[in-house]
Design a protein around this ligand. Structure first.
Ligand code: GLN
Length: 542
């Protein structure tokens, strides 16, 4: 195919309507029809990337293979499509301005006044098209962050207007996602906010091609006609997006509404084959028909905002389905865990995951959780800081090294069992300077990890500054801890495990970033299985 086709997804009325899920669902349907699709997200804030944002502000920071710290929507894209994203899939206003300002300093615009229009808009337009130039994709879906009408969204909307004009309507389709609220006092669905939001788009020169309407109730044909009439959109292209039980239902709901067909027709592309969604449906069936359930405690300090652990929660959904089990996550605030209440908070849970994180707050609670599950033979998975905590706990309570710590928490500790890598010591800038992205790991052939992965060579994504301090490796080994995975080039510790425990695993990397619907992550699948086995064993009288 010669031209790459573009689909833009904009949002109106309110934020949090689920643009990312609609974009990912559409992409999944097009992919199932044999098109090569990718999704990119443009975010209107000034941070260069969300890596410096507090998880309370923006939820989890998702990390790509090439080490980009990105918006959590990229996680949805990967989980739905099973195609890796990259730095180019997430662009922020900060990145756009940085590049324009750098070009200005290099003299690229010599003699010109550098302005939002045309310089910023040209930069955005060019970035809209970057992924399309790779030749790998038939269709690029672009999600625009924010809501139409926001001041900071204006350059993105203007760039979209220009691009649609330049490429033509059959190469560039705009899907506008809006809300149709239900007023219970009146007992009615209301279309006015949608009309206003489309009017705001029209004022900026954009006629949306398709309206996807989030609603709690069915959208009758008459209402679709009314919305169509007032928004210049054929009523067949006014689509209902009912609240779904699970985000994984949305592709099938969108298929029922024929969103993929309408998009293809507008793009003048053939519908090709009927979408092959057999693996997806199989997953959904398992998800909805679990044979049993387990309760896993997730110990972290951002538990008030579930989005802070989005990829972990989704990885459990995938791994649960793979095991025909429902995984209930019990969120445990690490700051509220103490030696005295660890038993009461953890007893009865089938496994514990200690989450990634930064800083001292909540650290002692994580150590208490680990001590408890290590001593009571309860399955444990520690991710990144969670693995580091397992090392600290082992040092303190098995090796009896009082005050052992990570130098992140205590720079003066006598036993810096987790320490900064040499290469990190002189880094003062915060953005994008951690050990980021995919690194290889060699697993010991006889280890639990190698059995779980069914392989001895793996690649996983990282996001951390601190590492296990190899100076202490021998002492830990003598005390029974197994370092089952190492980076083959640097010898840095990637995984730890305890052979005399039913299932005790810590990983310096983030397996959750690589779990998808079609490829549930083996580590989560193995952990969920171990938790279920633990539950069954507990039932039996000894
Ligand atoms: N704070 C730790 C480090 O920087 C762990 C980071 C994480 O859990 N992502 O090494």
């Amino acid at each position: 195919m010669s031209t790459v086709k573009h689909v833009f997804v904009t949002g109106g009325v309110t934020s949090s309507l689920g643009k990312g899920i609609i974009a990912a669902s559409l992409a999944r349907l097009l992919q199932a029809r044999g098109y090569s699709v990718t999704i990119q997200k443009f975010d209107p804030y000034l941070n260069i990337d969300p890596g410096t944002l507090n998880p309370y502000e923006h939820g989890e920071c998702f990390v790509t293979d090439d080490g980009a710290e990105t918006d959590l929507d990229l996680g949805h894209y990967e989980r739905f499509l099973d195609v890796p994203t990259s730095q180019a899939n997430n662009v922020t206003t900060g990145r756009v301005y940085l590049s324009v300002i750098e070009k200005e300093r290099q003299g690229n615009y010599l003699g010109k006044t550098v302005q939002v229009v045309p310089h910023i808009t040209d930069e955005i337009k060019q970035r809209y098209q970057t992924l399309g130039k790779s030749g790998r994709y038939d269709i690029i879906i672009t999600e625009l962050g924010g809501t139409v009408g926001d001041i900071e969204s204006l350059p993105y909307i203007e760039s979209l207007r220009q691009l649609k004009y330049e490429l033509g309507d059959s190469n560039c389709v705009v899907v506008h996602l809006t809300l149709i609220p239900y007023l219970s006092a009146a007992g009615e669905l209301k279309t006015k906010p949608t009309q206003h939001s489309v009017k705001a788009l029209l004022e900026l020169g954009i006629q949306p091609d398709i309206l996807v309407c989030r609603t709690e109730h069915p959208l009758p044909k008459e209402m679709r006609k009314k919305i169509g009439l007032f928004c210049n959109v054929n009523h067949n292209a006014v689509i209902e997006a009912r609240d779904a039980e699970s985000i994984y239902d949305v592709p099938l709901l969108m298929q029922q509404e024929q969103l993929d067909r309408i998009v293809l027709a507008k793009l003048k592309l053939s519908t090709r084959q009927d979408p092959d969604l057999s693996t997806w449906k199989d997953f959904l069936f398992r998800l909805k028909n679990p044979q049993s359930e387990i309760n896993i405690g997730l110990v972290g300090k951002y538990v008030e905002l579930k989005d802070a652990y989005k990829s972990i929660a989704e990885a459990f959904v995938h791994a649960g389905a793979a095991n025909n089990l429902k995984v209930n996550i019990k969120w445990i605030h690490s700051e509220h865990l103490t030696r005295n209440n660890a038993q009461e908070k953890i007893k009865g849970l089938d496994g514990i995951l200690v989450a990634p994180g930064f800083g001292q707050r909540g650290l002692e609670g994580k150590l208490e959780a680990i001590r408890y599950v290590r001593e009571k033979n309860i399955p444990f998975l520690g991710i990144c800081l969670g693995m580091q905590c397992a090392v600290i706990e082992y040092a303190r309570h098995v090796l009896r090294w009082n005050g052992a710590n990570s130098t992140e928490m205590d720079p003066e500790t006598l036993y810096p069992v987790i320490d900064l890598m040499e290469g990190q010591k002189n880094i003062t800038k915060m953005g994008g300077t951690m050990r980021l992205g995919a690194y290889d790991c060699q697993l010991k052939p006889e280890s639990k990890l190698a059995e779980i992965y069914q392989s001895s060579e793996i690649t996983e994504r990282h996001r951390h500054r601190y590492e296990f301090n190899n100076k202490y490796l021998k002492s830990f080994e003598q005390a029974g801890l197994v370092f089952s995975g190492l980076n083959p080039l640097t010898g840095l510790v990637e995984t730890i495990e305890l052979p005399n425990h039913p299932w005790f695993v810590g990983v310096q990397y983030h397996p959750e970033y690589k779990s998808t619907v079609s490829k549930p992550h083996p580590l989560f699948v193995g952990f969920v299985k171990a938790c279920f086995e633990h539950k069954e064993a507990e039932k039996k009288p000894n």
